[in-house]
Design a protein around this ligand. Structure first.
Ligand SMILES: O=C(O)CCC(=O)C(=O)O
Length: 207
């Protein structure tokens, strides 16, 4: 896949360890998000590196309305328990993991990768299912590649809000977000380049 790098994204990747640009938004009394625009510099280099290294696969037979379909994105994952590289799939993703653990006080032990190849790729409204065994999980999404909207809406209805995520942006959902709110990445009608989301999650409650 060809990826046209942006001028600012082609240097060696690194993150702002002080989270200087972090903007926290309370969605309601129980739920918050934190947006850190441009948290990772050199996002295009990381994007290219991960496309080379990751084994992304096509999930099939996903129930959608009355039929079974191919999931409209490619996915991959890393788990702390099952890998030789115990800190992270690459040194940088391991460093990022440590920074996220320090800041959000959660034992991020898995990373999910989602490649949205173009505007036809998407994920429907949902809350992450590990809320069924972790109360108030924190979910941290680092986005590289072309920006795509991540939208959030209250479970059960209400106005949605959106953030455009790509190019090294970090977006964190916390509090009861996975219980009380849903999120999605909608399809786009216009042409758009690929985006990879790198999602840190934890299967237990505290670090
Ligand atoms: O790609 C994203 O930004 C969101 C991914 C997501 O919601 C999921 O995989 O559960």
């Amino acid at each position: 896949m060809f990826f046209q790098g942006s001028l600012f994204g082609v240097c060696d990747p690194g993150v702002d360890e002080r989270f200087t640009e972090a903007e926290r938004v309370d969605l309601d009394e129980r739920c918050w998000v934190e947006f850190v625009p441009g948290w990772l510099v050199g996002a295009d280099a990381l994007f290219d590196d991960l496309l080379d290294r990751l084994e992304l696969r096509q999930r099939t037979n996903i129930p959608m309305y009355d039929s079974l379909v191919d999931e409209p994105r490619l996915t991959g994952s890393w788990r702390a328990s099952s890998e030789l590289a115990a800190d992270g799939p690459t040194p940088l993703l391991g460093d990022i993991r440590r920074l996220l653990i320090e800041r959000y006080h959660r034992p991020f032990d898995s990373i999910g990768f989602n490649l949205y190849r173009d505007g036809n790729d998407s994920v429907a409204w949902h809350g992450d299912r590990h809320r069924n065994f972790v109360t108030d999980p924190v979910v941290a999404i680092l986005s590289v590649g072309h920006p795509r909207a991540l939208r959030l809406r209250p479970r059960g209805g209400g106005a949605s809000r959106g953030w455009n995520l790509g190019g090294g942006d970090l977006f964190v959902m916390g509090g009861a977000c996975q219980h009380d709110w849903e999120h999605c990445v909608p399809k786009l009608r216009r042409a758009v380049g690929p985006r990879l989301s790198i999602t840190y999650r934890h299967d237990t409650a505290s670090s």
